[in-house]
Design a protein around this ligand. Structure first.
Ligand SMILES: Cc1cc2nc3c(=O)[nH]c(=O)nc-3n(C[C@H](O)[C@H](O)[C@H](O)COP(=O)(O)OP(=O)(O)OC[C@H]3O[C@@H](n4cnc5c(N)ncnc54)[C@H](O)[C@@H]3O)c2cc1C
Length: 355
C-alpha cells in the first residue's frame, strides 16, 4: 500500500498542463475536478502550490502558447479566481529560488496541488475502514479461481495462507497487473501494455517559493519541486522491460535531470542525495511515451458479467474518479446496495498509522 508506483510519483495532484498539448481534454478536466475536490475535502493532505513557468527566448513554447494553455487550464478547473494564472513582475524574479534569469522573457505563475502519497493513501484506507471495509495488510495475492457465482482468492497474510470467496476481484497491482492476472483460472486475457520508467532525483536544500515547470534540452517538461527538506526534480521517460521489482534509475536519466536542474538553478547545490524510479503503464502504441494517452484502462474478463477488472495506467489524482467508474462497471455483477457515504464530501485526514 502506497509502496509501488504511487510512492515514486511526482506527488502532484494536478490536471496535467502538458496533456493539453496532446488534446487529452477529458482527462485534464476530470483530474482538475478531482484536484478541486481534494483541496476541499483533504486540505491538510493536498496543498495548493504555486507553479512557476520561466519562458526563455529559446523555449519551444512561447508566452502566447503557454498563456492559452493556462487560460484553458483555469477554465477547465472551474474558472474561479483562485484558478487563474498571472505574470510574475520582473522585480520579483530574484526571489525565485535562484532561477537562472539569463534570457528569461517572462515568468508565468499558476496553481496546482502537491500531496504526500503515503499520507493520502492512509487517509483513504482509514476512511474506508471507518465505513466498514475490512483491510488485510500487508497481504500478498497468490491465485484466484473463477467459479460460477464466486471467485475463490488465495492470499498470504503475515506468513499465513488464507482464502476468501468474493463476487468480483479488482486487480489494482499497477505495473504488476499482468503478473497477477497470470495466476487466474480460467485464464484472463492480459492487456498489451508497455511499462515506461520515470526517475526523480533529490538535491540538498528545499526551494521555498513553489514548484517550477521547466523545459529540458529535448523540449520535455521537467518539474523542480520542494519535497520535505529537499528539492526533487523529475521526471524522465525511458522504456522498461523486465520485472517491475527491479526498476532503478538509469545513469542517463540522472544526468539529464541534474543537467536540467543545473541549467535552470545554476547556483544551488547539485549533489545527488537520493534517486528512485517508478513505472507508468501505457497502452502499446508507436511514438514518444510523453505523447501517449494517460487515460486509465479498465478491461474486464466478461463485459456482460464482469468478475475480474484490472486497472492499467491512470493517475494518482484520479483515484476517486477511477473507483467510481469501477463500481459502475461492477454493478452488473455486485448485489445492489445503498451507498453509505459520498466520497466527494467525506473529509480525509491522515491518521498517521492505520487502526
Ligand atoms: C514517474 C511517475 C510520476 C508520476 N507522477 C504523478 C503525479 O505527479 N500525479 C499523479 O496523479 N500521478 C502520477 N503518476 C501516476 C501515478 O503514480 C499512478 O497512476 C498511481 O500511483 C497508480 O497507483 P496504483 O495503486 O494503481 O499502482 P501502484 O502504486 O503501483 O500499486 C500497486 C501495488 O500492488 C502491489 N502488488 C503487486 N503484486 C501484488 C500481489 N501479488 N499481491 C499484493 N499486492 C501486489 C504492489 O506492491 C504495489 O504496492 C506518476 C507515475 C510515474 C511512474
Amino acid at each position: 500500500m502506497a509502496e509501488g508506483t504511487s510512492s515514486r510519483s511526482s506527488k502532484l495532484i494536478h490536471g496535467g498542463l502538458r496533456y493539453l498539448e496532446q488534446f487529452q481534454i477529458g482527462l485534464v478536466w476530470e483530474s482538475l475536478r478531482e484536484r478541486e475536490l481534494l483541496f476541499r475535502i483533504a486540505p491538510d493532505l493536498v496543498k495548493r502550490q504555486k507553479f512557476f513557468i520561466p519562458v526563455y527566448g529559446r523555449t519551444s513554447r512561447g508566452p502566447r502558447v503557454i498563456k492559452a494553455g493556462l487560460l484553458m487550464y483555469a477554465v477547465l478547473a472551474g474558472g474561479r479566481k483562485n484558478t487563474w494564472f498571472k505574470t510574475v513582475p520582473k522585480s520579483e524574479w530574484d526571489q525565485l529560488d535562484g532561477l537562472n534569469q539569463a534570457g528569461i522573457k517572462r515568468v508565468l505563475q499558476y496553481v496546482d496541488g502537491q500531496t504526500d502519497d503515503a499520507g493520502l493513501t492512509r487517509a483513504i484506507m482509514q476512511s474506508a475502514q471507518d465505513l466498514g471495509a475490512d483491510l488485510f495488510y500487508p497481504a500478498r495475492f497468490v491465485s484466484a479461481e473463477i467459479g460460477n457465482d464466486e471467485v475463490k482468492v488465495a492470499f498470504q497474510l503475515a506468513g499465513n495462507s488464507l482464502a476468501t470467496r468474493v463476487k468480483a476481484v479488482v486487480n489494482a497491482a499497477g505495473p504488476w497487473a499482468n503478473q497477477v492476472l497470470g495466476h487466474f483460472k480460467p485464464k484472463v486475457e492480459p492487456l498489451a501494455v508497455e511499462n515506461v520508467q520515470g526517475t526523480h532525483v533529490e538535491f540538498p536544500g528545499v526551494i521555498t517559493r513553489g514548484c517550477y515547470y521547466v523545459e529540458a534540452e529535448d523540449k520535455r517538461v521537467v518539474f523542480v519541486m520542494p519535497w520535505q527538506d529537499r528539492t526533487m526534480v523529475g521526471t524522465t521517460e525511458a522504456p522498461f522491460q523486465g520485472n517491475p521489482d527491479e526498476v532503478t534509475p538509469l545513469d542517463s536519466e540522472v544526468q539529464y535531470l541534474r543537467d536540467t536542474y543545473q541549467k535552470h538553478f545554476p547556483d544551488r547545490d547539485h549533489t545527488i542525495l537520493n534517486q528512485w524510479a517508478g513505472l507508468r503503464v501505457l497502452p502499446v502504441a508507436t511514438g514518444a511515451a510523453f505523447k501517449r494517452s494517460r487515460e486509465t484502462q479498465l478491461p474486464v474478463d466478461n463485459p456482460s458479467r464482469p468478475r475480474v477488472l484490472s486497472i492499467y495506467g491512470g493517475k494518482l489524482t484520479g483515484y476517486r474518479a477511477t473507483a467510481q467508474k469501477i463500481m459502475k462497471i461492477l454493478s452488473r455483477t455486485l448485489p445492489r446496495v445503498t451507498p453509505v457515504a459520498k466520497t466527494s464530501e467525506l473529509p480525509l485526514e491522515d491518521p498517521g498509522a492505520l487502526s
